[in-house]
Design a protein around this ligand. Structure first.
Ligand code: A3P
Length: 287
């Protein structure tokens, strides 16, 4: 009797294992086709949206100061009335719009477009301008951790989040390829920390690089409306807004400071971060 039960247990375990493998395999296939479908959909979207030589892309790894830079560029290139419902109405994130099956927005040139795409996603004959905004990686990790926790996963532990962040090496590779700029795109590199320390100076660099003709008034508006205080107060205009029922806690505009990572990371985590940084970016000049 006892022996039979043991055999039954082994049989069930074995069946369960096979079942799990089948489910894993099937979900991989589904994932592959979903990815493929998004790719095709985005290509179609891009055909309608088109490319203009004076397009300005703001390219970032998520949580590096994208929205803040969108507001600056919006103010410099328009009347800066800030009367839009959401920043995506005037400065679209086209990859996301396509994912959500939205229609491309029709906006005047120069279009300010948000992207988190990898370098390889840009066609070699891309003619527009790109502002690559980057931020201290440990702070990016902390910011991204808080967003995931606040939006989808209240029980998420920092240590388990960071394990995945470091293992994927996505942040390191994003930075590496955009810094290398092998296709010689027209790129201005802007540090989030410089925007915090001397925004006026960075705005002047942006104006020069993009060849924007704007008034002193427009610069004043850019400074005012891209301030942390203003953006925090009008957070609903900026953050990704999941339906109310799914929102755990809305803090898209969260702290807006630098240096949080240094306190949050343990010594071992800092060591691991530095190791990957040195290995991935050893021959890359950070501009
Ligand atoms: P924290 O989570 O560290 O506060 P992105 O727009 O790329 O998603 O970046 C989001 C990060 O930029 C968040 O960082 C957010 O608080 C910060 N941020 C947003 N608006 C800001 C502003 N006006 N000034 C400074 N930081 C800002």
């Amino acid at each position: 009797m006892k022996v039979e039960t043991k055999y039954e247990e082994i049989g069930y375990d074995f069946l369960l294992k096979i079942l799990k493998s089948i489910i894993k395999f099937l979900s991989k296939i589904v994932g592959f086709f979903k990815k493929f479908e998004h790719k095709i959909r985005f290509q179609k979207f891009k055909l309608i949206f088109g490319d203009r030589d004076d397009d300005i892309y703001i390219s970032t790894y998520p949580k590096s100061g994208t929205t803040l830079t969108q507001v600056i560029l919006y103010c410099l290139t328009t009347d800066g009335k800030m009367d839009f419902n959401h920043i995506y109405d005037v400065s679209p994130w086209i990859r996301n719009a396509s994912f959500l099956r939205e229609k491309p927005v029709d906006i005047p040139s120069p279009r300010i477009i948000k992207t988190h795409d990898e370098y390889k996603d840009f066609s070699k004959d891309f003619k527009g301008k790109i502002i690559y905004v980057y931020r201290e990686g440990m702070d990016v990790a902390v910011s991204q951790y808080n967003q995931q926790k606040n939006y989808n996963n209240p029980d998420l532990e920092f240590d388990s989040f960071l394990k995945v962040f470091l293992k994927s090496k996505k942040w390191f590779n994003h930075l590496k390829l955009w810094m290398e700029n092998k296709n010689q795109f027209s790129i201005l590199y802007v540090k989030y920390e410089d925007l915090l320390n001397d925004k006026k100076k960075e705005i002047d660099r942006i104006i020069k690089f993009c060849g924007i003709k704007c008034s002193e008034m427009a610069i004043k508006r850019a400074l005012k409306y891209s301030s942390f205080e203003y953006m925090k107060k009008h957070e609903n205009k900026f953050g990704d807004q999941p339906p109310e029922s799914k929102r755990v806690f809305n803090e898209f505009i969260r702290k807006g400071k630098s240096g949080e990572g240094k306190h949050k990371f343990s010594d071992a985590q800092k060591k691991e971060f530095d190791g990957i940084f040195k290995k991935t970016l050893k021959n890359v000049q950070i501009k």
